[in-house]
Design a protein around this ligand. Structure first.
Ligand code: FES
Length: 145
């Protein structure tokens, strides 16, 4: 039911941990399943994501999508990171079962939340970035089911 890539990123997740004095930290949860994801971004003066770490208290798909999402944003600039959707994360993992699609939304929103935190701290505006939700369960009902 899970692809090999999902199993790989679940059993051997990349970029687990935290970054002290991170440029941006984003935490989002899903009140329905109770899962929580936190992403730390280290962004250099040129706006490039030098390092990224995550902590996820959640299901296997949430761990795998956080791991893949961190791999996808590393080395990108903030605009490119903003373009990384949950679909891109799922594609990179060779798909997720339909009932697990919502888990990937957590990863997309956590990246947005960390970018939002970075933008707020630095008093800048990232074009196309909207204020992220801290609980994605409402959005999920509209978009996924
Ligand atoms: Fe909650 Fe997967 S079941 S994130």
């Amino acid at each position: 039911m899970y692809s090999e890539k999902v199993m790989d990123h679940f059993t051997n997740p990349r970029n687990v941990g935290e970054i002290e004095n991170a440029s941006g930290v984003g935490t989002v949860g899903n009140a329905k399943c109770g899962d929580i994801m936190r992403i730390y971004l280290d962004i250099n003066k040129d706006g490039i994501i030098d390092d990224v770490k995550f902590k996820t208290f959640g299901c296997g798909a949430a761990v795998a999508t956080s791991s893949m999402a961190t791999e996808l944003v590393k080395g990108k600039n903030v605009q490119e990171a903003l373009q990384i959707t949950n679909k891109a994360v799922m594609d990179a993992l060779d798909g997720l079962p339909a009932v697990k699609v919502h888990c990937s939304l957590l990863a997309e929103e956590a990246i947005h939340a960390a970018l939002w935190d970075y933008a707020t701290k630095n008093n800048i505006e990232i074009e196309g970035l909207e204020k992220p939700k801290s609980d994605i369960s409402e959005e999920e009902e509209e978009e996924v089911y």
